[in-house]
Ligand binder design. Structure first.
Ligand SMILES: [Zn+2]
Length: 305
């Protein structure tokens, strides 16, 4: 059956040399920042796009060595724009200093915002990682075509990981810069209210329908068959939804009990991330009318709707 999803297999073999440019295709070079972590994998990929003039996509963290690597790779060429996939600091924190040094304008979808209003007393676990005060010199709209480094790009709004997330297609090619929306090394973190599972799932479907075959994520290596991988991500999330409903059906009442049943082997920061993703699934299932969620002072009580 042609449409059957492939199993979700993560590619963790990527081993970049930090701050060393790698030519990916004509007019596109990748420079990985030296900020590896359980959340950033081998670090944030900055992309240099163009030939005679260039644009930087995701300048990465505010790190002097990474900035020097970007400036060395730009050389004497004019930096036309600094473009962001989204305003999490591992992508955007280096933008201010790069803008100050080069005078290049900053283009992205608009200031950081939540996917929905915060509930009373609700904690945003990602608040410290968001670049709240960064504003664009030019706001990019969904579907907008623009030139960057002499190459034609299209902005595609792909909210879910966070509300202002965009992917960028290299028009007339098979390549899509997917930021943190789709990465080959792991499924992305979706944490409410910064992100939204419903948005993430529709952004996956949206990207699958676009005419791009190869994806260039902001962490990890390229994804050769992007749409097949995105379909696997989509069915992975659907499977997670039914696992959650099954766990509640068999007695899990709290997020902790769910985490123990759905992710029995995870420890430490990965278990923390898994709990955040579970909360995003719970909210999605609640909005779908499949789960009843009672948010009390002493935690969340789950039952089937
Ligand atoms: Zn990131």
């Amino acid at each position: 059956m042609a449409d059957a999803p492939q199993p979700l297999v993560f590619d963790t073999k990527f081993q970049p040399t930090a701050d060393a440019p790698a030519q990916i295709l004509p007019g596109v070079a990748r420079i990985t920042a030296n900020n590896p972590s359980p959340f950033t994998f081998t670090g944030t990929n900055s992309f240099l796009i163009g030939a005679d003039t260039v644009a930087v996509l995701d300048p990465g963290p505010d790190d002097a060595r990474h900035r020097k690597a970007l400036l060395d790779a730009i050389g004497v060429r004019r930096l036309e724009a600094i473009i962001l996939t989204h305003t999490h600091k591992d992508h955007s924190a280096g933008a201010r200093a790069l803008r100050a040094v080069t005078g290049a304008p900053l283009w992205f979808a608009g200031p950081h915002r939540l996917s929905r209003p915060r509930r009373l007393f609700e904690l945003n676990a990602l608040a410290g990682g968001c670049d709240w005060r960064l504003t664009p010199d030019r706001v990019l709209a969904d579907g907008e075509r623009f030139w960057a480094g002499g190459l034609p790009l299209i902005a595609h709004a792909t909210p879910g990981h966070c509300a202002n997330h965009m992917s960028f297609g290299l028009e007339g090619s098979e390549w899509l810069f997917t930021g943190d929306h789709i990465m080959g090394w792991n499924s992305t973190l979706v944490s409410v209210p910064d992100g939204s599972m419903a948005d993430y799932l529709s952004s996956l479907s949206k990207v699958i329908a676009l005419p791009y075959r190869h994806y260039l994520p902001a962490h990890g290596g390229p994804i050769d068959d992007g749409p097949a991988y995105a379909r696997a991500l989509l069915s992975h999330r659907r499977l997670r939804n039914s696992q959650i409903l099954d766990a509640v059906r068999s007695g899990a009442r709290s997020v902790d009990q769910l985490a123990t049943r759905v992710y029995p082997l995870l420890k430490g920061s990965l278990r923390f991330a898994a709990r955040l993703t579970l909360k995003a699934h719970i909210e999605y299932l609640e909005a779908e009318g499949l789960l009843h969620v009672d948010r009390g002072l002493f935690g969340t009580q789950l039952s089937l709707a």
